[in-house]
Design a protein around this ligand. Structure first.
Ligand SMILES: C[S@@+](CC[C@H](N)C(=O)[O-])C[C@H]1O[C@@H](n2cnc3c(N)ncnc32)[C@H](O)[C@@H]1O
Length: 390
């Protein structure tokens, strides 16, 4: 059978803490969940499902299509078992691919040797069939194969995404300590925001949270503007198919939906960066960007979500100074935003304590190797229920 035909395992890796939100997204796309780990979700589907996941997933890092699973105890067996796979279904004789791996096998001291055996099997097979050989190397902008080899258990995948799905191609200038788009989307999913209420993002930096929120509220797929995916390098893939999928996604989005998003930052340069990013993301007309101290952020009546990612000392700012910022932010929430629910994302629990509000939920994530918390604070209007007056 052709390597892209039939139903295969589809694995979507994610960063720690994101899995519950990714799993929810995959279920919403009608994919069955067959395994859920802290850093990946596994489903099963056909190749159209793999493409659908690439275009639609907000929280996943990449989409891996399982090509084969078998036993091999050493590199020669690995080569022998890979050779019969019909690699010519995927790679043109003059194509390009790269191989990457996670290996824990006693016969392999350097992963590069395992990668080389995978490459040899692919090249030798295609040369035997066509008389020509595809090129291979470290560049991951065309086809990428992933080898997972644990003891004698081998799984080989085609990475259908290429660069991480966090790359939506609207953010050229990252600004200071930006959030990855996939993590921003997971934080927004945790907040429950769906576009119905006001969304406020003080200390917005390059605007990732506000932009992702606008895209979610407009029911737009995150892959609408991304330049390229690895699956486009597959032999015979017709780019018209991708254009058709995007045109269909555009038709079902709601760019005219009435939504209110406010994003503020004290640094005018960051507001400019955020505006440019929002313009590239085609949501600049629905986000009000304001240069101001967070305490001056307008908070419209009616309640909603306030979400922010203040600096937390690991990379920027100084902890003692930041304590004052966090305390002031807590005061701002208490005084200015009754009826809202606030979410603060930070990699420093000492600083989060300075907020001085009672948190009712907490999620933990990883942000660039730093363990971070998202704390939720309901802001009461007098009664104990957000949004309800006495
Ligand atoms: C960690 S960055 C936010 C990054 C953002 N989530 C992104 O994805 O780009 C924190 C931001 O808070 C802003 N900031 C710091 N103190 C502020 C204050 N008192 N009022 C408003 N913004 C402030 C900084 O200018 C910076 O852009």
């Amino acid at each position: 059978m052709h390597l892209l035909e039939g139903r295969h395992h589809i694995v979507v890796p994610c960063s720690p803490g994101v899995a519950p939100f990714l799993s929810r997204e995959m279920r919403a796309l009608k994919l069955p969940i067959i395994d859920e780990k802290s850093t990946s979700i596994t489903s099963k589907g056909d190749f159209d499902d793999a493409i659908k996941l690439n275009l639609n997933l907000r929280c996943g890092q990449r989409v891996l299509w399982r090509l084969a699973s078998f036993k091999a105890s050493d590199p020669d067996q690995l080569y022998e078992k890979l050779m019969p796979l019909t690699w010519e279904d995927l790679i043109a004789a003059d194509g390009y691919f790269s191989v990457t791996s996670i290996v824990d096998n006693p016969t392999i001291r350097d992963n590069r040797f395992a990668n080389l055996r995978v490459k040899d099997a692919i090249v030798d097979r295609i040369r035997r069939i066509s008389g020509r050989r595809p090129d291979s190397g470290p560049k991951r902008d065309k086809l990428v194969f992933y080898l997972f080899w644990q003891q004698d258990d081998v799984k080989i995948y085609l990475d259908t995404s290429g660069p991480t799905l966090a790359q939506r191609d609207y953010r050229l200038d990252p600004g200071k300590a930006p959030l990855r788009e996939t993590l921003a989307a997971a934080l927004i999913a945790a907040s429950g925001y769906d576009g119905a209420k006001t969304f406020i993002n003080p200390m917005c930096g390059s605007g990732t949270l506000a932009i992702e929120a606008a895209i979610i509220a407009q029911r737009r797929i995150p892959g609408l503007l991304r330049q390229s995916y690895s699956f486009q390098s597959l032999v015979g893939y017709k780019n018209m198919d991708l254009l058709a999928l995007r045109a269909e996604a555009r038709r079902s989005s709601r760019p005219d939906r009435k939504i209110r998003l406010i994003a503020t930052d004290i640094d005018p340069a960051m507001i400019n960066v955020a505006k440019e990013n929002a313009a590239r993301a085609e949501v600049d007309d629905v986000i009000e960007f304001i240069t101001c101290d967070f305490a001056e952020t307008p908070v419209p009546n009616g309640g909603g979500i306030i979400i922010c990612n203040p600096e937390y000392g690991h990379r920027l700012g100084d902890e003692e100074e930041l304590k004052i910022t966090y305390k002031r932010f807590g005061d701002f929430l208490k005084q200015s935003a009754p009826g809202y629910e606030a979410f603060v994302f930070s990699g420093n629990r000492n600083l989060l304590k300075e907020i001085g509000l009672k948190m009712d939920r907490r999620w933990s994530f990883d942000n660039g190797g730093i363990s971070c918390d998202l704390n939720a604070y309901p802001l009461y209007k007098g009664s104990r229920e957000p949004g309800k007056d006495k």
